[in-house]
Design a protein around this ligand. Structure first.
Ligand code: ADP
Ligand code: MG
Ligand code: MG
Length: 249
């Protein structure tokens, strides 16, 4: 199961001049088996939503709740949120010098599953996931994201998603900076993940291109820290044509 329920979520971010409210009452439910897209102008709080659900220390939930299958995520430390089934694919994936992808994946998988992955099958799974993402096998031995191109980082995130197999994935602009071929590879990866039983996906994007591969059940337009309007995929097409202006102000 993988139902993510966000209720009246208010979030402050720490700034140099003190806390500033960025999320102003977000309501959103992604039911088990669904893919939802969030679109919206720059600065509307999309990444803040992703970070605050994942438990980034700079973001403080001041009101409301986020639950995954009824478990209140905001009460859990970050690693416990991952154990509860949450995965965050970041807009700007972090470089981890000195930690190889293979070690990172094994360590993360061990922490999540409570036991080390099987020596007989795991390396093959890793190789296959990298290959599906058009990443050479040598990426397993490279430091996480270090010196990766933008596209390689994003493809690496999807390989992680496949291998760590969370229940709910929040993917923040996973399609930004990808060329057409990479976009297709990444989108197919997300689609395949979303079709595994008991998954849900929240896909934050600026572009409708990716939604042509990964068909969202719902599309939400995010404006000024809350969901301004929700619809089906026709909403994404409307945005492509007319922009966000109609929902701003
Ligand atoms: P989006 O992802 O939709 O582009 P963000 O969530 O990144 O939007 O940012 C929303 C707003 O919060 C922006 O106005 C941004 O400047 C502000 N913000 C986010 N993080 C910080 C921070 N650490 N310090 C100051 N302002 C921030
Ligand atoms: Mg409110
Ligand atoms: Mg963002």
């Amino acid at each position: 199961m993988a139902t993510l329920v966000i209720k009246d979520l208010h979030v402050d971010v720490d700034t140099e001049t003190g806390p500033k409210e960025i999320l102003k009452g977000v309501d959103l439910t992604v039911s088990d088996g669904q893919v939802h897209a969030i679109m919206g102008p720059n600065g509307s709080g999309k990444s803040t939503l992703a970070y605050s659900i994942a438990g980034h220390p700079k973001y403080h939930i001041t009101q409301g709740s986020v639950t995954l299958d009824g478990v209140e995520l905001s009460a859990l430390p970050v690693d416990e949120r991952a154990k509860a089934g949450l995965f965050l694919g970041m807009q700007y994936p972090i470089e981890v010098p000195g930690v190889s992808m293979a070690n990172f994946l094994r360590t993360a998988k061990t922490a999540l599953a409570g036991q080390a992955p099987k020596v007989r099958t795991w390396p093959k799974q890793v190789r296959e996931s990298l290959a599906r993402m058009d990443l050479d096998a040598e990426f397993a031995e490279r430091s996480v994201n270090e010196g990766f191109s933008g596209g390689e980082k994003k493809r690496g995130e999807i390989a992680q998603l496949e291998l760590l197999d969370p229940s709910t994935a929040i993917l923040d602009e996973i399609d930004s900076g990808l060329d057409i071929d990479a976009l297709k590879v990444v989108a197919e990866g997300i689609k395949a993940f979303s079709q595994r039983p008991g998954k849900s996906v929240l896909l934050i994007t600026h572009y409708t291109r990716i939604l042509r591969y990964v068909h969202p059940d719902r599309v939400h337009v995010f404006v000024d820290g809350r969901v301004a309007v929700t619809g089906g995929s026709e909403l994404a097409d409307n945005l492509e044509e007319k922009g966000y202006e109609q929902y701003v102000g």
